[in-house]
Design a protein around this ligand. Structure first.
Ligand SMILES: [Zn+2]
Length: 130
């Protein structure tokens, strides 16, 4: 199905800001609150299965575009959720004005320890912001 206009706009803006070719954006809906996403290792497509929480769908676009931009710009990166990913991801969250509290909650549910370590290293205090 066609992605919502806001999602296409966000994806195109991020591609332009980081000077990478815009990927195909695949979109589906799913019967759950949270969204899920994927990024092809060839960095030509990302996809989001949108749950009922539209804020979380937006976070999924940011997350998958984070993978895509790293895949295109860091030769040895293979799509891991490692320190390098999150060191890049937190500034993305700020740059595109997504609520940090929501991003931390969602990302922590998947990758708790990496999230805590990289967020602290970036100068963020988990106690204050969560
Ligand atoms: Zn991921």
């Amino acid at each position: 199905m066609e992605p919502p206009r806001w999602a296409t706009r966000l994806m195109l803006r991020m591609a332009r800001d980081y000077r990478v070719a815009p990927p195909s954006l695949m979109w589906r809906t799913r019967r759950s609150v949270l969204s899920s996403g994927f990024c092809h290792i060839n960095a030509r497509a990302i996809g989001v299965s949108e749950g009922s929480d539209s804020q979380d769908a937006r976070l999924a676009v940011l997350h998958e575009m984070g993978h895509l931009i790293l895949l295109k710009t860091v030769p040895e990166y293979r799509g891991e959720h490692d320190d390098r990913f999150y060191d890049f991801f937190w500034p993305l969250i700020r740059r595109y004005r997504f609520p940090m509290k929501v991003a931390l909650e969602y990302e922590s549910s998947h990758h708790k320890h990496t999230v805590e370590r990289t967020y602290r290293r970036g100068g963020g205090s988990l106690k204050v912001e969560v």
